[in-house]
Design a protein around this ligand. Structure first.
Ligand SMILES: [Zn+2]
Length: 220
């Protein structure tokens, strides 16, 4: 009984110190709750001239219209070359990209890339940047490129224009605080974007990078 009590006490202490360590590792700035669409901000909303946006209706993720009026990539692989890139411009070139970090998994990838002298692009989620800024710093310090992958990983065409702007800007703020960089490349979660989303991202200074080969490692 006595032994069990001591063990319990040690467990509590360990749990406490782990949670304190995690909190210390987080960004210091004030951010919205993680993994939820963040609140809109009037100052950020004003950055986008909504009269110039194509008025594609808000979609239900996974449901595609028979006619793809608004160039929804997740439905038809429709591309607009002025804002979207899927392939390297030069034949036989290829690029590695990793989504959804920074997390402890990023460190394994980082070790493998660095051991082979390969540079990659990491499309990071704002909520993960808030939690793991030191891992993002390691990625940047190793010379890899950072892109944005939203704050909450919610499909963008299912959100209002104000919400999409908030997804972009909260992530931008977290990346800026963590590594003092402002990304120029954006990867929409699940490849879900249309002409309205393109217009918003273009006005906020982003190009969209998608992919042609998926390893489906996120599936298991
Ligand atoms: Zn993702």
């Amino acid at each position: 009984m006595y032994t069990i009590k001591i063990f319990s006490a040690i467990s509590v202490l360990l749990a406490l110190s782990t949670s304190i360590l995690n909190v210390e590792a987080q960004l210091k700035g004030k951010y919205p709750p993680v993994d939820k669409p963040p609140p809109a901000d009037a100052t950020w909303t004003a950055l986008v001239d909504q009269t110039k946006l194509i008025k594609a209706p808000i979609r239900t993720p996974g449901i595609c219209n028979p006619v793809d009026t608004y160039c929804v990539w997740s439905c038809t692989n429709c591309l607009r070359p002025e804002s979207d890139i899927q392939y390297c411009p030069d034949k036989n070139d290829w690029a590695l990209t990793y989504d959804d970090g920074p997390s402890v998994n990023s460190l394994t990838i980082l070790d493998a890339l660095n051991a082979r002298g390969i540079k990659a692009t990491f499309f990071v989620i704002g909520s993960r940047v808030f939690e793991n800024p030191d891992i993002l710093k390691k990625i940047v310090d190793s010379g890899h490129q950072i892109g944005s992958h939203t704050w909450s990983h919610t499909p963008l065409t299912s959100q209002t224009t104000e919400q999409i702007i908030a997804e972009v800007k909260w992530t931008e703020q977290a990346i800026k605080e963590a590594v003092n960089l402002t990304p120029k490349w954006f990867r929409p979660p699940q490849g879900d974007f249309d002409d309205r989303v393109r217009g918003i991202l273009t006005q906020l200074g982003y190009k969209i990078a998608i992919w042609d080969l998926d390893t489906f490692d996120w599936h298991s």
